[in-house]
Write a protein that binds this ligand. Sequence first.
Ligand code: ADP
Ligand code: ADP
Length: 225
Amino acid sequence: MKEIRFENVCKSYGKTEVVKNLNLTIKEGERLILLGPSGCGKSTTLRMIAGLEDITSGSLYMGDKRVNELPSGKRNVGMVFQNYALYPHMNVIQNITYGLKVQKFPKDEINLRTDAALGMLQLKGYENRLPKDLSGGQRQRVALARAVVKQSDYFLLDEPLSNLDAQLRVSARKELVKIHELYKQTFVYVTHDQVEAMTVGDRIALMYQGHLQMVDTPENVYNRP
Ligand code: ADP
Ligand code: ADP
C-alpha cells in the first residue's frame, strides 16, 4: 500500500507549533491537495513526507512503514519545489538525469525515461540549455521531468505553478493531471490557490494555522457551510 498516514503529528520550530496534531490518511494513487493561506503549515507538512523536516511528535507512515527516522533518499519520493531548485550549472539533460545517475540506474533505462519525459513535457531541442537560458515555463517543466523520471511511489509538489503566468498555469494544471493519470503515484500537492485545488484535486485537505480543518472532495469543500 502506497498510502501516507499521519498519526497525531506535531511539528514545532522552537516553541512555536506550526503543525498541530495532524491526523490524515492520503490514499494510494489519489491526488490530495493541501490548501490554505500562506503560513498555515502546508509546506512543512509536505516536507515531513519528503523527509526534509524532522517530526517533533507523532508518527508518519508511508506504505506499511513508520518513516519518522527514514532518510529522505530512502523514501521513494519525487518532489517539485516552488522555485524549481534546478542545478544552475547543469543543462536540462543533466538536471533530469542526475538523480538516476546517483542511484546508479543503467544508462539505457536513464535514456529511455529521459527521452519519454522530454517528449511529454515538450523539452526536445532544449537538452543542452542551462536553466538561466530557459523560460519560466520551461524551467518548471524541467523540474517536473526531473521528478517524473524517478517513477517514484510518491509525487510531492510544493506550489509548482505559482511562478507561472495565468495562461501557462491553466495548461500546466492539465499537464499535471495527465502525468498523474499516466503514473498513478500517490500525489500530494501544496497550493494556496482555490481554483488550482479544485481543478487538480481528488480531495482537498484544508489547513488553517497549523490545524487540519477538513478533508473532502472539491465539491464538498467548496459547498461547506
Ligand atoms: P505554508 O506552506 O502554509 O505557507 P509553512 O509550512 O511554510 O506554511 O510555514 C508554517 C509556519 O512555520 C510559518 O509560520 C513559518 O513562518 C514557520 N516556519 C517555516 N519554516 C520555519 C523554520 N525553518 N524556522 C522557523 N519557523 C518556520
Ligand atoms: P555523462 O555525464 O554520462 O557524459 P550527460 O550529462 O552528457 O552524461 O548525459 C546524461 C544522460 O542523458 C546520458 O545517459 C546520455 O546518454 C543522455 N543524453 C545526453 N544527451 C541527450 C539528449 N540530447 N537526448 C536524450 N538523452 C541524452
